[in-house]
Design a protein around this ligand. Structure first.
Ligand code: KG4
Ligand code: ZN
Length: 352
């Protein structure tokens, strides 16, 4: 009965440009809920960060993240509705990130969304976390439409995509091993900088000089538009350990600047080649690392030199949030995609 009714309501979303969607996000250490109208207008965007809880462990502890999502989510959902000035019956659908991410953390959001959608008798819409990150750009720029290229750089992914349509994403390149955010976090850790590493490495990089040759990068952009971060990460770890073993001081700011310059340089060139090959004129950035000023600057320089523009969402929409999840659900539902049943399961990995 619920599923038949949900299907009827879901089909109506195709003709509802002002559809009101509740988004739920719990794939890592942010518990988030948001209400978005028409895929682009954020009525509320509530994020409870667990950073303080995980800081003493130096990184996210999956089991602790799941438990805290369980505790936080009911209140976060209530708050998102209240701040948006809507009630559950005003909603047209409930969207949830079902992957990729930490499996236990995802399961909390998926279970809550299923229960909530069932209780209020509204369709449940399953959202891919990476696609949601890209959708943050539709919120930031109300006139943005495909086609364009996207670089998604987060703690779990580094992907170059051709966004051919709202529901047509083609992978053109990306990392062969570690994600860029993961590399930032590992470098921060070996330098004893607090979690989360990325923003702290960025802060210190501003005070340092990129004068340490950490790693011999393969020259130039690779034919398959791949990048790799495990070698660079290991080079930083070895450099720091060698100095420590010799009892010499570690030039922390210079290491941050040198790592950033290496990490960002080849990625910017690879992204530029991705834009050139696909014939697009815009590169949209997404994911937590899209907040990084050095990455933005390197890509803008490539854009200026090669004739493409670069856009990115504000910081709060780069890192994990639920507004991007609700936005993504709107754009999938508009094309009849994403309806989930009550058997929806979480997925830790989703191939692109
Ligand atoms: O998208 P996100 O919030 O979560 C995932 O889906 O992974 O990205 C988190 C990642 C972390 O690795 C964090 O260190 C990195 O984004 N990050 C940054 C910056 N802000 C967040 N990395 C470099 N510079 C930043 N300013
Ligand atoms: Zn993310």
């Amino acid at each position: 009965m619920y599923e038949e009714n949900a299907k009827i309501q879901f089909d109506e979303l195709k003709n509802k440009p002002d559809a009101l969607i509740l988004g739920i996000e719990s794939s890592c250490d942010e518990t988030a809920a948001a209400v978005v109208r028409g895929g682009r207008e954020v009525l509320s965007n509530v994020i409870a960060s667990q950073i303080e809880i995980h800081r003493r462990f130096g990184g996210v502890v999956p089991e602790v993240a799941s438990r805290n999502h369980t505790l936080a989510l009911p209140n976060i959902i209530d708050q998102a509705l209240k701040e948006a000035g809507v009630t559950a019956s005003d909603l047209d659908g409930v969207a949830v990130t079902f992957g990729a991410g930490l499996i236990g953390a995802l399961l909390v959001g998926v279970s809550a969304a299923k229960a909530y959608a069932y209780a209020i008798n509204k369709p449940l819409i399953a959202v891919n976390h990476i696609e949601a990150h890209v959708s943050a750009n539709f919120i930031a720029d109300k006139t943005l439409e495909p086609p364009f290229c996207a670089l998604v750089a987060s703690g779990g992914h580094t992907l170059l995509l051709d966004i051919k349509g709202y529901n047509e994403f083609e992978k053109l390149g990306g990392t062969l091993d570690d994600a860029l955010g993961e590399a930032f976090d590992k470098v921060a850790r070996v330098l004893s900088l607090p979690y989360p590493g990325g923003p702290n490495v960025e802060k210190l990089a501003k005070e340092g000089k990129p004068n340490i040759k950490l790693y011999k990068h393969p020259k130039g952009v690779r034919q398959d538009l791949s990048v790799s971060y495990s070698g660079l990460k290991t080079a930083v770890v070895n450099y720091v350990h060698t100095l420590e073993q010799r009892g010499e001081p570690v030039p922390v700011a210079d290491v941050c600047a040198s790592f950033t310059s290496e990490a960002v340089g080849l990625l910017a060139k690879t992204a530029a080649e991705c834009v050139r090959r696909s014939g697009r004129s815009l590169l949209a950035l997404a994911g937590g690392v899209a907040s990084n000023g050095d990455l933005r600057a390197a890509l803008k320089a490539e854009g200026a030199a090669n004739g493409f523009s670069v856009c990115y969402p504000p910081h709060v929409l780069c890192t994990d949030n639920a507004a991007m999840v609700a936005s993504r659900a709107y754009f999938t539902a508009r094309e009849g995609k994403g309806l989930a049943g009550l058997d929806l399961n979480a997925k830790s990995h989703i191939a692109f």
